[in-house]
Each structure stands twice: as C-alpha cells, then as structure tokens.
Design a protein around this ligand. Structure first.
Ligand SMILES: Nc1ncnc2c1ncn2[C@@H]1O[C@H](COP(=O)(O)OP(=O)(O)OP(=O)(O)O)[C@@H](O)[C@H]1O
Ligand SMILES: [Mg+2]
Length: 318
C-alpha cells in the first residue's frame, strides 16, 4: 500500500475543491507515477462475484429479501441460487414495474441486462483489467476530472471494468473521492476514500460489495461532487443508462446538478443504439467506452450524425 506520504505534509495549494478539501487531501497531492501501479496491485480486489446476477431475481422474493438486490456497484454471490428463478428468465417484469408501459419496458431492460451480463461474464480478467486501465486514462484525461475537487466514483466488483486504479489515481492526485454504500432502502450513502486500506468487503458479506470504511456522509453528499463516475451495463446515444436494476443510481443522480458531468464506464459493446427507459431513469452526460486496449470519451447526447458504433475522429474525447 502506498501509505508513505505523511498525511500532515505536502499541503500544496488545492485546486477548485479547496473548500471541501481536508489536510489529508492536500497530503495526497503528489504526481501520479510509478508507485501507483505497485500500490494498486497490492490491493487485493474483491472476488469476482456473480456479476451476472440479475437484481430482478431478488424482486421475486418477499420484500425483506428483495432489499438485498445488489446496487449498481454490486453483484451477488449469494444470489446465484435466486438466479435460477429470476423473473426475467420467465419473462415476468419486476413487481414494482406494474402499470402502463412499465412492464414492457421492464422486460426489455431485463432482456438487455441478461445479454450484457452474459457478454461480461465471457470476458477474461485480463480483458477487464485492460479495459479498466484504458478507461482510467480516459477519465483522468478529461478536463473536468482535472478540475474536480470532489469526485463521486464506485468501487468495481465482478465483471465490471476495473475502477480500482482510477480511484487510486484520483485520490493520489488530490481529488476528494466519495464511494457509495448500499442502504437498505436501495438508496446510496457516500463516504470518502482514503487510500486502498479504506475500502473493505462489507462486514455482512452482502453481494461481495467493497465499501468505504470512513463515516457515511449521507445520500446528499453526492451533490458536492464536481464529477460523478457511474457504473452502467449500457448507455445509448441519448445518455440513457441501464444499470443492474436496483434503481440506486437513478435515485442518486437525481441529486446531481445538471451542470455536473456524469460519466458512465462501459465496454465496447455496451454503447448501444437504444436503452429502454421510463421517466425515473436518469441520463448521463458522458460515456467512456473501452475499445481494443484504448478508450474513448463521448459527450452525450450524441449528435445526430454520430453513431455509437463509430470511432470519433480524434480517437479521444469530443
Ligand atoms: N426515482 C425513483 N423513485 C422510485 N423508485 C425508483 C426510482 N428510481 C428507480 N426506482 C426503482 O428502481 C427500479 C429499477 O429501476 P431501473 O430498472 O431503472 O434500474 P437501473 O437504473 O438499471 O438500476 P441502477 O440505477 O441501480 O443502476 C424501478 O422499477 C423502481 O422501482
Ligand atoms: Mg434506471
């Protein structure tokens, strides 16, 4: 672990996040470099837990158990058994989606999740890590990232693109990083990341989630972020996002100002032509997509001439 920087040293002038920065934040303002990779490598990632677990499965169970549906940031090992009886497999919508067009949309979402989870499950750990590194570099290159005093991110688990190095790099360069904690009401609380040792698997083992150990700051803490990094199974050219089905990020993003950039991290095949949506679905303003060892950043909505399947002219962000 890279704990060699004294927390009370290196009080460099903060950037735009000065008002929110703590002395510990200032202590991290060292140039990202060689120690980063080694330190991150030392940080054992959470187990590659059942990323293909459909949250919809949990909704087929009584309410108490249904609250155990994983958030976007989580995948369930304990849900393996439930997956065998997933309502989406039977074509049933989640019970809370009844009425109007919602059941049909819920079915469409469930089918899309199943397809995309299967594709993620077929990827090798090396492919996921490479995608994570490419996405890390893309997000770090964003002007908004370089300006951000506070960044809300998420600690990847399962088959998600790896975000551990991105989180570490953000912290190391001086951003105040918030990570989510799943609440029982399917909302997200937030607590600060203070280095690799400040994240641990949930004591209750729930879904293999890795969460910050610092004190929770409340669901409203996300509103202080100048950049929000969001997980997604898919994003379309309008910015419509498909998550794991808990609705956690729909709740959380509703607290984020329209002026704040929100960026979803996806694999190459996950920028799709259309994500089915209902009114509660929150959009994202950027998508970072890995492609063959590199990654591109696209601002959303895409212009009409743009296709999700085209490489932008610069090969970088637009
Ligand atoms: N703003 C909201 N108010 C009430 N319920 C909500 C809200 N947002 C989401 N939900 C609930 O969450 C359920 C799942 O939503 P949805 O299918 O959009 O999940 P998702 O966006 O894929 O998941 P997540 O946001 O956790 O990644 C909805 O059926 C709904 O019950
Ligand atoms: Mg949604």
């Amino acid at each position: 672990m890279d704990n060699d920087t004294p927390r009370d040293a290196a009080r460099d002038a903060p950037r735009d996040g000065a008002a929110r920065d703590t002395p510990a934040d200032a202590a991290r303002r060292t140039a990202p470099g060689a120690p980063l990779r080694a330190a991150v490598k030392d940080h054992a990632p959470p187990p590659d837990v059942a990323s293909a677990t459909p949250p919809e499965a949990a909704r087929a169970t009584p309410p108490e158990a249904a609250r155990a549906t994983p958030p976007e940031a989580a995948r369930a090992t304990a849900m393996e058994a439930a997956r065998a009886t997933a309502p989406e497999a039977a074509g049933d919508p989640p019970p809370d989606a009844a009425g109007g067009a919602a059941p049909a949309v819920a079915r469409q979402k469930a089918a899309m999740r199943a397809r995309l989870r299967a594709a993620r499950a077929a990827m090798t750990p090396g492919e996921r890590s490479a995608a994570g590194r490419a996405l890390r570099d893309a997000v770090l290159s964003l002007p908004e990232t370089q300006m951000a005093g506070t960044v809300a991110a998420y600690f990847s688990v399962g088959a998600e693109p790896d975000t551990k190095e991105l989180i570490y790099a953000l912290w190391k360069r001086g951003s105040y990083v918030l990570l989510p904690l799943l609440r029982d009401d399917w909302d997200l609380d937030w607590a600060s990341y203070e280095g690799p040792d400040s994240v641990r698997l949930r004591p209750d083992g729930r879904y293999g989630l890795a969460e910050p150990t610092q004190p929770p700051r409340g669901p409203g803490a996300i509103a202080r972020a100048a950049l929000v990094i969001v997980p997604a199974l898919a994003v379309d050219g309008r910015g419509t996002r498909l998550g794991q089905g808990g609705g956690c990020y729909d709740r959380a993003l509703a607290r984020v100002s329209a002026a704040v950039p929100t960026v979803a991290l996806v694999y190459e095949n996950e920028l799709v032509r259309r994500v089915p949506s209902v009114p509660h679905d929150q959009t994202v303003r950027l998508v970072a997509r890995s492609r063959a060892g590199t990654a591109e950043l696209l601002r959303l909505p895409l212009q009409p001439a743009s296709s999700p399947h085209q490489t932008p002219p610069s090969g970088g962000y637009i």
